[in-house]
Design a protein around this ligand. Structure first.
Ligand code: SF4
Length: 697
C-alpha cells in the first residue's frame, strides 16, 4: 500500500480556514483531520468538514458536463462532452458580446475562499470579456465598510490572543456553529477567569454557554453601543491618554451620545436600562483595572438597515477605554485586510476595456431577484441575458427567493453553473460544468479569522471529468480567442504569486516552503493599534469620519432603525408582528453540506423556533407544522417552541436547500432585497412575518 499525508486548507466560508491533513492510500483519500501543529486549527475540524470525504466521494457528485433537456428549473439533463459544453458556451457568449457584453453577468461568492479557485482566472475572463461587474455584497460588505471608515481596515485583535482576555463580548455571532476555533480560545479564557457575554436576540448554543446573555431586539445593536458609550463617557470610564493621541472626534462623539441614556437605549433595544448600565460598567471597569477587554463582533448584527453603523459603533468602543493597548484587547470582525493579496494581478482589471458608448455596469448580487427581471433601459443598460454561476447558489441563498427563481426560470436567459452537486441553482441551468473539490486542486488561502496563509496541495486526482474553476475559465478563454499570456498561468503558478512579495506582513513568505509546511503566519504586531497607527486618513480611530460625510453618511456614530420592526413600521407590524432572523445551522455552512446525509439527518428537517408566549398566543405547540408568511412569500416548517428566541422573534436556522425542504421553500422566501446603510449589503435579518398553525393532516 502506498500511503502519504497531504497538506490542505479548508476552503469554506468560515473565518477559521483550518489547516488539514489528508491521508491518501493508493490514490484514495481515506482520512481527513485538522493539523495538530497549526496554532489556530489545533487538530480540530468542525463536524461539517470532518465529513469532507463523505462529500468528496458523494454518489450524487456531478462528474460530467451536462446540458438541459427538460423545462427550465426541472433539473433534467443529459451528459455531453467538454468540447460540446465549452463550444456551446463560447458560441452563446460571443453572440451576446457582439451586441453588448454587459448582458453577461458572473455570479459568484465564497463557495471556495481560495485565491486560485475563487476570483483569479474567472475574473481575468470576465474582465477581458467586458461583462457586467458583480458587486459581491451578500455577506460582509456592510461591516467591512464600517471597519474601514472607523479603523481604516478590516483587521483587529489576533484570534490567538483572545484566550488572554478578561472580558469577551461575543456580539452578533454564534461561534460554536460558525467560528469554532475562536470559541476554543474563549473557553480557555473563561477557564482562566474571563467573563463571556453573548449579545444576540437569540439564546444560541454559544449564548447558552456564556455567563451572561444580553438579547436586544434585532436591528438595535447600534443603539446598544451608543448607550454603552454614553455610560463610559458619563462615568469617565475612559483612557484619556489613548483618546487624546489616537482618536479623532471625541468631543463630537460625546455630544452625540449624550442623549443615549440607559433608559432610552433600553427602550430602543427592548432590554432593561439596568442591563445597559451593567454591561457598560462591566466593560469600562474591567478595562480601567488594566485588564484586557475584547469584542468578537460578527456578521449577524450587520444584516439590517443600519448594519454598517452597528458595526462602526461597536468598533469605537475599544479606543474609548484604551483596550487596543493589550494584545488581548480590541475588537475583531475580520482579519481580511491583513493579507497583502495581489488582487490586481490575480483578477487583471486592466483587461477590462469598456466601449465608451457603453459605460461599465455593476449588478449587486443581493438584488439579483429584481435585476434578472428587469428589461433593457437607459438607466439599467441591457437586460441580463447570460449568467455564469460559480462558487454560489443564488436560487437558495439570495434574498426574496421567489423573484430570484422567477428570474432564473426565464426561457431567454442562458445560465451556466459550475458545481459539485445538483443544487437549486443547478436545476435552473442550461449547461452544468463539473468543478473539482478542494482535495482535487491547488489553492492558497487568506482568511478573515486569523493571520495565517494556508496552502492547499491536491491530494487526489479529480473525480470523473471534473476540472478546477481556473482550468474551466482558462479553456473558455481559449475558446473565446483571448490570447493574453495571463490566460496561460497554471493553477499552481497563480497560487505561488497570490501575495505581494516583500510586503511587511509577508517578508519571509515563500510558496515553495508554504506548500511543504502548510502555512505561514503573517508578520503583524500582537497589539496592532497599541500606539494608534490606524490606516485611516488621519491615522487615528475615527469617531468622526470625513469620508463618511463625503459619502453622504452621518459622520458620527448614530442609530438607524430597521426597515421592518414593530417600532419602526407599526402599520406593517399589525399584519406581521414577529421579527425573523435566519442564522446558520450548526451542521450547514450557507447551503454547503445540506445534501450530506449524515449532517442533514442531524438537523432533521426545517424548523421555525418561536418563543413560548408567541406560540401560546397562536395555539401552536412544539412539533406542530406552521406557516410563516409576509407579503413576499411563505415557508412551512415544524415548530420548535422554546424560550431561546426573545419574545417577538422567530428563528429559522438556515440555509436549507429549497428542494430538500418539504414545501420546496426556505427562509429566503421571506427576506427582502433592501440594502444596508453602507456596503450595499442585504438585510436578511430585517424582516417581519406572521406565523400560524397549519391544520393537522
Ligand atoms: S468550516 Fe471552519 S471550522 Fe470547519 S473545518 Fe472549515 S475552517 Fe475549520
Amino acid at each position: 500500500m502506498n500511503t502519504r499525508v497531504v497538506r490542505a486548507a479548508c476552503p469554506h466560508d468560515c473565518p477559521d480556514t483550518c489547516a488539514m491533513l489528508v491521508t491518501v492510500t493508493d490514490r484514495v483519500a481515506t482520512e481527513i483531520r485538522g493539523d495538530p501543529d497549526h496554532p489556530n486549527t489545533a487538530g480540530v475540524l468542525c463536524t461539517k468538514v470532518s465529513r469532507y470525504l463523505e462529500r468528496t466521494y458523494h454518489p450524487d457528485r456531478i462528474l460530467h458536463p451536462l446540458k438541459r433537456i427538460g423545462p427550465k428549473g426541472s433539473g433534467q439533463f443529459s451528459r455531453i462532452s467538454w468540447d460540446e459544453a465549452l463550444d456551446t458556451i463560447a458560441d452563446r457568449l460571443k453572440a451576446l458580446a457582439g451586441r453588448d457584453s454587459r448582458s453577461i453577468l458572473p455570479y459568484s461568492y465564497a463557495g471556495t475562499m481560495g485565491a486560485v479557485q475563487g476570483e483569479s482566472m474567472a475574473m481575468r475572463f470576465f474582465n477581458r470579456l467586458g461583462a457586467s461587474r458583480l458587486d459581491r455584497t451578500i455577506c460582509s460588505s456592510a461591516g467591512g465598510t464600517a471597519m474601514r471608515y472607523t479603523l481604516g481596515a478590516k483587521m483587529g485583535t489576533d484570534t490567538e490572543q483572545f484566550e488572554h482576555s478578561k472580558l469577551i463580548l461575543i456580539w452578533g455571532g454564534n461561534p460554536i456553529a460558525s467560528n469554532l476555533h475562536f470559541w476554543m480560545r474563549a473557553q480557555q479564557a473563561r477557564r482562566q477567569g474571563a467573563v463571556l457575554v453573548a449579545i444576540d436576540p437569540y439564546r444560541s448554543l454559544t449564548a447558552e454557554k456564556c455567563q451572561h446573555h444580553v438579547a436586544p431586539l434585532p436591528g438595535t445593536d447600534a443603539a446598544l453601543a451608543l448607550g454603552l458609550m454614553h455610560v463610559l463617557i458619563r462615568d469617565e470610564l475612559l483612557d484619556r491618554d489613548y483618546i487624546d493621541h489616537y482618536t479623532l472626534g471625541f468631543d463630537l462623539l460625546a455630544e452625540r451620545v449624550a442623549d443615549w441614556t440607559p433608559q432610552r437605549t433600553g427602550d430602543t433595544c427592548g432590554i432593561p436600562a439596568a442591563q445597559v448600565e451593567w454591561l457598560a460598567r462591566l466593560y469600562g471597569e474591567t478595562a480601567m483595572r488594566g485588564e484586557p477587554v475584547a469584542i468578537r463582533v460578527n456578521y449577524g448584527l450587520q444584516r439590517v438597515r443600519g448594519g454598517g453603523m452597528a458595526v462602526r459603533n461597536v468598533a469605537c468602543l475599544p479606543a474609548l477605554v484604551g483596550a487596543w493597548r493589550h494584545p488581548a484587547g480590541g475588537v475583531l470582525l475580520s482579519s481580511g485586510d491583513s493579507f497583502p493579496k495581489r488582487s490586481e494581478w490575480l483578477e487583471r482589471p486592466d483587461l477590462y476595456r469598456p466601449d465608451p458608448a457603453r459605460p461599465p455596469r455593476t449588478i449587486n448580487m443581493s438584488t439579483i431577484g429584481d435585476d434578472l427581471l428587469r428589461t433593457a433601459s437607459d438607466d439599467f443598460g441591457p437586460a441580463i441575458e447570460a449568467v455564469i454561476v460559480y462558487n454560489a447558489n443564488p436560487v437558495a441563498v439570495a434574498p426574496e427567493s421567489a423573484k430570484v427563481a422567477r428570474g432564473f426560470l426565464r426561457e431567454d436567459l442562458f445560465t451556466v453553473v459550475l458545481e459539485h452537486f445538483h443544487t437549486d441553482t443547478v436545476d435552473h441551468a442550461d449547461i452544468v460544468l463539473p468543478a473539482t473539490m478542494q482535495l482535487e486542486h491547488w489553492d492558497v488561502h487568506s482568511t478573515y479569522g486569523h493571520q495565517y496563509i494556508v496552502a492547499n496541495n491536491p491530494a487526489i486526482t479529480p473525480m470523473g471529468e471534473a476540472k478546477s474553476n481556473a482550468e474551466i475559465f482558462r479553456r473558455l478563454a481559449q475558446r473565446m480567442g483571448f490570447d493574453e499570456p495571463c490566460f496561460n498561468d497554471s493553477d499552481e503558478a497563480i497560487a505561488a504569486q497570490a501575495f505581494e512579495p516583500g510586503h511587511r506582513h509577508t517578508r519571509n513568505y515563500d510558496w515553495a516552503e508554504a506548500k511543504e509546511t502548510g502555512w505561514y503566519k503573517l508578520d503583524v504586531p500582537a497589539a496592532v493599534f497599541a500606539r494608534g497607527g490606524f490606516p485611516t486618513p488621519s491615522g487615528k480611530c475615527e469617531f468622526y469620519s470625513e469620508r463618511m460625510l463625503r459619502d453622504g453618511l452621518d459622520p458620527l456614530p448614530s442609530y438607524l432603525p430597521p426597515y421592518e420592526s414593530v417600532a419602526s413600521a407599526p402599520d406593517l407590524a399589525k399584519d406581521y408582528p414577529l421579527a425573523m432572523i435566519s442564522p446558520p445551522q450548526r451542521n450547514f455552512l450557507n447551503t454547503t453540506f445540506v445534501n450530506v446525509q449524515s449532517l442533514r439527518d442531524t438537523e432533521g428537517e426545517p424548523h421555525l423556533e418561536l418563543h413560548v408566549d408567541d406560540a401560546a398566543e397562536r395555539g401552536i405547540s412544539d412539533g406542530d407544522m406552521i406557516r410563516a408568511f409576509n407579503a413576499r412569500g411563505e415557508m412551512i416548517a415544524r415548530a420548535r417552541v422554546t424560550d431561546r428566541p426573545r419574545k417577538g422573534l422567530v428563528v429559522a436556522l438556515s440555509i436549507w436547500w429549497k428542494k430538500l425542504a418539504p414545501d420546496g421553500r426556505n427562509a429566503n422566501e421571506l427576506t427582502n432585497q433592501r440594502l444596508t446603510d453602507m456596503g450595499r449589503a442585504p438585510t436578511f435579518y430585517d424582516v417581519l412575518v406572521q406565523v400560524e398553525k397549519l391544520p393537522s393532516a
